[in-house]
Design a protein around this ligand. Sequence first.
Ligand code: SF4
Ligand code: SF4
Ligand code: SF4
Length: 319
Amino acid sequence: MAITRRNLLKASACGGALLACGNSAQAARRMELAPSALGILYDSTLCIGCQACMVGCKQANNMGPDPADNNQTWDNPSDLSSRTLTVIQKYEQGNGRQHNQEEDGFAFIKLQCMHCADPACVSACPVSAMTKDKKTGIVSYNKKACIGCRYCQIACPYNIPQFEWDKPLPQIVKCELCHHLIAKGSISACCTACPTGASLFGPVDLLRQEAHRRLLYRAGQYYDFPLHDIRAARTVSQPAAKYKAHLFGEKELGGSQVMMLSAVDFQKLGMPELPDESYASMTENIQHTLYKGMFLPIALLGGLVYFVKKNAENHHNDE
Ligand code: SF4
Ligand code: SF4
Ligand code: SF4
C-alpha cells in the first residue's frame, strides 16, 4: 500500500473520529461575562426596516459608499461589506402582507458582530489582532497587529469580519460596538438612530432581563418598550408581537453580547443553527484530548509505522 494523499486523508479521518469521541466526553465550557459587559438587544418585532441604524452606523464610523456599488451617490447595501458594518435584511413569504408573521408575512433581521462571549475570531487570530475587552467584552480589531491572514474571517460562524479587497493595503473591518463613542460616554450609533427601540443598547445583564420579560408578554397587549438605551427613562408604548420562545445569542456558541428576539424562526431569517458550545472551547477540548497522555505523538507514530510496514510488504510481494 503506497503512502498516497488518499490514504493519508483516510488516516486523518479516523484520527478525527477518535478525537471527536474524546471531545464529546468533555463538558461544554460556559463563558461568564463581566457584570460591566455591554451589548445590544435587537428586537425584530419592533423593527420597521427604516435602515436609520445603517445610516447612523456609516456616519459614526466614517464608512463611505460600498465599493461594489456602482452608484456612489446612493448607498443601499444588501449585505455586510468593508464599508457596511451593519445591515437590515428582509424576510418575506407568500403575499408578504403581515408584519412579524411567518406565513404570508414579513420581518427584518439586523446583521452585525455578535460580540461573542468566547469569540472564534479572537481564538483564530495568530497575532492577537482581535481582542476581547475584559471590562466591556467588546471584540475589537488592531490594524497595526494584523498580518492579513484572514483566519478571523474563516473562523467567524456569523461571517462578520470583512476584508478591504479594493485597497492596496487591505485590512479587516467589523463592528466594534462603537467603542469610540462609548469611551466618550455615548452609546452605539445604531441604537441612537433607531426610532422604535428595535436596537437597544445597554449592559448585557439588563438586556437579558428585558428580553425574558418580553418573552412573557401577551401578544396584542400594550407594553412600554425602552428606546435607545435601557438605562434611560424613554419608552414607547406599543402592542407586543407573538414572540418565538428563543433569545438568540443567549446560548449559541457560549452566548454573545448582541442578542435577538423575533416572531419569525431565526433560521428563516437567515441566522445559523449553532451548538451551545463555542468553537474556541471545542478546539481547546481537542487540544487537551490530543496532548493528554501524549495521545497525539503516539497516534501519529502508530500511523506512520503502519504505513511503512504496509509499504514494505507490498514491495516484498511485487518482487
Ligand atoms: S460574531 Fe464573529 S467577528 Fe464577531 S465576535 Fe463573534 S466570532 Fe468574532
Ligand atoms: S454598534 Fe456601532 S459599529 Fe456596530 S453596528 Fe451599531 S453603529 Fe455600527
Ligand atoms: S433603525 Fe431600528 S427600526 Fe429602523 S431598521 Fe434599524 S433597527 Fe429597524
